[in-house]
Ligand binder design. Structure first.
Ligand code: MN
Length: 289
């Protein structure tokens, strides 16, 4: 048994608006030097709790394209409506996760659910971009609406609870179908509780703290901080502080291919980025109004 050691604790650099509906701090990409330890995760935008007054004109992001990766949206509070060029759509509510595979190309829009916006209230979200390997970047797009009830649940010996969106722990699996092995877990620990979790040796491993703080044998990860771990080891051991902790575990097999990241497109070469722009301009991503 080898316990994972912490490489870096990373914080977002301030806040910015995505469209007019998402006020986020960006945790990934962390830095070019850290790309190896965060592969296959490309981007993470975290929208901590923000209050919105009631409105009849919902805020959000208008129609835009993606190619070459997946977007994963987790709703903690509030509700996000989504529509895309494959005809898929829906509302992501607290506890739900939307796993959208842009792959060869999709157009979508993301905005506050009109019914929720009419009442207003607390809004709390996270969006993660997960890379696809070269062999699957041009697959057909897809969409998995994962409901709160469908998530895997593991009760820990010490009292904590792990909610699994993707990946496996103690023979329980999360509902998401992934192209490469990915773990996405939401872990809740009570005051001073510990977690000792089996994680694949050699895979990327990060913990993002939503609430409270986490202590490891090699450092402490505070609220809204991302702990980026070294790849060696098959156990993640963490302890919550006196107010408990809630954190996300992001794990995955590194894809280990060149990454060319250009706005909403993530490909392996600049030539493929140019193709994406030409295809988008020629209407090959479909239509969405
Ligand atoms: Mn998008």
């Amino acid at each position: 048994m080898t316990i994972r050691t912490l490489h870096t604790v990373h914080r977002g650099d301030g806040f910015h608006w995505v469209g007019d509906g998402f006020y986020v701090t960006q945790l990934l990409p962390a830095s070019p030097e850290l790309q190896r330890l965060t592969d296959p995760f490309l981007l993470m935008d975290y929208n901590p709790v923000k209050e919105y007054p009631p409105t009849t004109t919902p805020r959000g992001v208008g129609v835009h394209p993606h190619r070459g990766f997946e977007t994963v949206t987790m709703a903690f509070e509030g509700a996000v409506a989504h529509h895309d060029s494959t005809g898929a759509g829906g509302v992501i509510r607290p506890g739900d996760v939307q796993w959208m595979t842009a792959a060869s190309g999709i157009l979508h829009k993301e905005y506050h659910d009109p019914e929720w916006a009419a009442r207003g209230g607390r809004f709390h979200m996270m969006q993660l971009w997960v890379n696809l390997p070269a062999a699957h970047k041009m697959d057909a797009p897809g969409y998995q609406p994962l409901t709160a009830e469908s998530m895997g649940k593991v009760k820990l010996d010490d009292g904590g609870v792990v909610t699994l969106v993707a990946g496996e722990l103690d023979d329980v699996r999360g509902p998401a179908r992934t192209v490469t092995p990915i773990s996405l877990w939401d872990v809740q620990l009570g005051a001073d509780e510990s977690a000792d979790l089996a994680v694949p040796d050699g895979h990327t491993l990060m913990t993002f703290v939503l609430d409270g703080e986490l202590t490891t044998s090699t450092g402490t990860i505070g609220r809204e901080e991302m702990g980026i771990f070294n790849r060696e080891g098959d156990r993640l051991q963490v302890t919550a502080g006196e107010v408990g902790a809630r954190f996300l575990v992001l794990g995955g097999k590194p894809i280990d291919e060149p990454v060319v990241f250009y706005g909403p497109f993530v490909m392996n070469t600049m030539e493929e980025i140019r193709e994406a722009m030409v295809d988008f301009n020629n209407g090959k991503f479909g239509t969405l109004v």
